[in-house]
Ligand binder design. Structure first.
Ligand code: THU
Length: 160
């Protein structure tokens, strides 16, 4: 029997101005993107901003539907748009934020399981890590790679 311990580095900041400049810019873009959320059912408005390797910033927001399961999260809206528009360009970083009816959530705003799976696939696809910046009123957390969000992920190489 062996016991293995996984370690995840989490960089924590109190406010957006404490972040490195590139992260600040991306997070402010995500906050803008949240304004375009279509969330009449949950009233939970999520914004995502991706920084691509060519310098492009791609935005996404959650898009809901009366048939609840047909909606899509902000992160996947952004990733699928980026990958379909710039199929040869890697994703370098993602910032995500969320507002409820009281404003910015206490946070940090964490991607759901399905978005984590898509982020891990995107890391594998472009063979580079995706920095993740998660917004919150109380704290902002930064991870150096999206794989930290989903240890033991089902990755492309699992198909053999
Ligand atoms: N949502 C996102 O956009 N991203 C996440 O990672 C978590 C959840 C959206 C989906 C739905 O429109 C609303 O937030 C409430 O779950």
């Amino acid at each position: 029997m062996r016991i293995k311990e996984l370690q995840i580095l989490v960089y924590e900041y109190d406010t957006v101005v404490d972040l490195p400049e590139a992260d600040q810019k991306l997070l402010l873009a995500a906050r803008e993107a949240a304004k375009n959320a279509y969330a009449p059912y949950s009233k939970f408005c999520v914004g995502a901003a991706l920084l691509l390797e060519n310098g492009e910033i791609v935005l996404g927001s959650n898009q809901e539907n009366a048939d609840f399961t047909d909606g899509l999260c902000a992160e996947r809206v952004a990733i699928f748009y980026a990958n379909s528009t710039f199929p040869d360009v890697a994703v370098k970083a993602l910032a995500v934020t969320a507002k409820n009816t009281n404003g910015l959530i206490e946070g940090p705003a964490q991607p759901c399981g399905s978005c984590r799976q898509v982020l891990v696939e995107t890391e594998a696809r472009y063979k580079r890590n995706i920095r993740v910046i998660m917004d919150g009123r109380k704290r902002i957390q930064v991870l150096e790679g999206a794989d930290n969000l989903l240890p033991f992920a089902f990755k492309p190489n699992a198909l053999g």
